[in-house]
Design a binder for this molecule. Structure first.
Ligand code: BGC
Length: 612
């Protein structure tokens, strides 16, 4: 409402942003179709207002909320772990509303694009449904399901007044030792291209301004999943071997392997793209005119805008002034600053005033940002749409979609003597491992906190709770975190796996179980009871002891909040259909190991998955 009123003051005919008529422009043409309104608005903007639009601050770093108004900021984000003081849907909504109110009081009243990492559901918000991470969705091979998941996520995001998710990742992780492997759908570019496109369609539909859709962001362009061992970032004296590293690959490999997801996402109309922290042959993506302007915009015909990664331009060699100059001139449109936004605004202003950055580049950036704002329906009176989705947020209906995703994501790797499905009558099932009863572990990184966290961090059903429900009244279900107490049970279900991590901290050269969980397997396997193991991990692990000790092994990835889906597979309510989205190596020395490699000798090949 405020936006419309204020917009009316300055722009005759500003209401001319109705949702696109059926049969109207879609894909990238949608954004261009708003150019008449955009150009009229652009013509009235001062340099300060234009630079404001190009600036994205993290709400956590606002030294004064009024700066949204002072600098006419174009966008706010909540980066990982940047939550309102108490984390509830209501508090998120109130926070967003407060910031939008400040934006509406600026001279032009241009609403904020408000970004969040809803990368597996709106998982920063307590009570949202948490879906499997993309690696699990890759195992489903089901684009319709991925599209539905993104649509449900869009509704949950809109239930907090937010209009933009930094998803999907269309990374093609090639070396599973990279800590962001689970954010990718698969090692195979064709599968990434298909599921990435489905996700964009689910988030945005044909009309990202529809009340049940959000603006999507394909990330991180490109070859974030193709960095070379030993080239990653060093932070506080710690070397991360892959993350933010250098992809030393030919342009042919860049295109054939790492760009495929962008081609389909752009065709599906993705509104924003995030250039990667990583480099391509020594040049940071954020600094590469070749990548940002020549390839993404000129060649692939992208008409939306580029949003930098979190302080990513700061990692371009040189001082901050030259970082800004290089990145904006390379084609970056909006900068996720996220903290020193006052310095950013001041420096970018100087760079334009002294001619280091041409005004035409600023106008191109702002035009692209405003196109997306119009397409996102932000100039409509009812842009928030929050009330429409309150009841559906975290609802049973949404949880049912997630549970189905979990069922379809589980890959049965081993099933000696057809130990699975668990068949009645079972007197006692002994569940072991701390991970069996831990929503945080089963959800992984990017859940409530940036790196994720262990424990009862949000609502949902743990795998243990799912087993209790599925087992029914005739079967006793016992649990021990350390693996003890199995004697006399009919079967052991061991739930073991990686502890939550996200970018940087997940880089791992060993790909082993944590010691605590290796001990659980050792203890459990000494009890003389058949063992079924559920592996929770963001990638294939090198765990010969698990395959040795277990009759059956299920790879459940990072299933999210609906642990009942794992139980459905254990009990055969749902027979497994999941297929490996990543090659499962025999040894860590085989990494990187991918489908099509010359000396391909995996433990389980890409696409492997047993049924009942
Ligand atoms: C990550 C992005 C994320 C951004 C905002 C960065 O550190 O690389 O994937 O969208 O933070 O939270």
């Amino acid at each position: 409402m405020r936006a419309l009123l204020l917009c009316g003051l300055v722009l005759a005919g500003c209401t001319a942003a109705p949702p696109p008529p059926a049969g109207g422009p879609t894909g990238q043409a949608l954004y261009r179709s708003f150019d008449p309104q955009v150009d009229a608005l652009l013509a009235q903007m001062t340099l300060a207002e234009k630079i404001g639009q190009m600036t994205q601050a993290d709400q956590e770093f606002l030294t004064d909320e009024a700066h949204i108004h002072t600098y006419a900021l174009g966008s706010i984000l909540n980066g990982g772990g940047s939550d309102p003081v108490t984390n509830s849907r209501e508090d998120w909504t109130a926070m967003v509303q407060r910031y939008q109110d400040l934006a509406s009081q600026t001279r032009l009243g241009i609403p904020l694009l408000y970004g969040v990492d809803a990368v597996h559901g709106h998982a920063n918000v307590v009570g949202a449904v948490v879906f499997p991470h993309n690696i699990g969705l890759g195992a489903t091979r089901n684009p319709d399901l991925v599209q539905e998941i993104a649509h449900v996520t869009a509704r949950e995001v809109r239930a907090t007044g937010i209009n933009w998710t930094f998803a999907p990742s269309v990374a093609v992780p090639r070396d599973d030792r990279w800590g962001r492997t689970y954010e990718g759908f698969a090692e195979d570019p064709a599968l990434v291209a298909s599921l990435g496109e489905a996700a964009v369609r689910g988030y945005q539909g044909d009309d990202p301004g529809a009340p049940d859709r959000v603006v999507a962001c394909a990330k991180h362009f490109a070859a974030d999943g193709g960095t070379t061992l030993g080239t990653g970032i060093t932070l506080d004296g710690v070397d991360y071997p892959f993350d933010r590293g250098d992809a030393r690959i030919s342009e042919a490999e860049l295109r054939e392997v790492h760009m495929q997801g962008y081609v389909t996402a752009i065709a599906a109309g993705v509104a924003t793209i995030m250039p990667s922290y990583s480099s391509w042959n020594g040049v940071k993506a954020s600094a590469s005119r070749r990548m940002l302007t020549e390839i993404i915009k000129e060649e692939l015909g992208f008409e939306g805008f580029l949003i930098s990664d979190f302080a990513a331009i700061d990692e371009i060699p040189g001082d901050y002034r030259s970082d800004i100059e290089t990145s904006i001139n390379a084609g970056m449109d909006m900068v996720m600053v996220p903290a020193r936004y006052e310095l950013f605004v001041r420096t970018l202003t100087e760079l334009v005033e002294d001619g280091s950055i041409p005004m035409s580049r600023i106008d191109d950036a702002v035009r692209r940002i405003l196109r997306v704002k119009f397409a996102a329906g932000l100039f409509e009176p009812d842009w928030s749409a929050e009330p429409l989705h309150v009841a559906a947020f975290g609802s049973e209906a949404h949880r049912a979609v997630a549970r189905q995703a979990v069922r379809e994501s589980v890959v049965l790797l081993q099933n000696r003597e057809e130990r699975l499905p668990l068949a009645a009558p079972l007197g006692r099932i002994h569940v072991v491992g701390a991970a069996a009863d831990d929503i945080g572990i089963q959800s992984g990184g990017w859940t409530i906190d940036w790196q994720g966290a262990t424990g009862a961090i949000t609502k949902g059903t743990t795998i243990l709770e799912g087993i209790r429900e599925a087992a029914g009244p005739g079967t006793e279900v016992t649990h021990s975190a350390d693996g003890s107490g199995a004697e006399g049970a009919d079967v052991i279900v061991a739930v073991v796996g990686e502890r939550p991590y996200a970018e940087m901290f997940g880089d791992d050269l060993a790909l082993r179980l944590p010691e605590e969980d290796a001990a659980v397997i050792a203890t459990a396997s000494g009890a003389g009871v058949p063992v079924v193991t559920v592996l929770l991990s963001g990638r294939p692990l090198v765990v010969p002891e698990v395959f040795e000790a277990s009759d059956a092994v299920l790879a459940a990835w990072l299933p999210g909040s609906e642990g009942g889906g794992v139980a459905d597979v254990l009990f055969g309510t749902f027979a497994p259909t999941g297929r490996l989205p990543f090659t499962w190596p025999r040894t860590v020395a085989q990494q990187p190991l991918n489908l099509g490699d010359a000396d391909y000798d995996p433990l389980f090949p890409y696409g492997f998955g047993l049924g009942y």
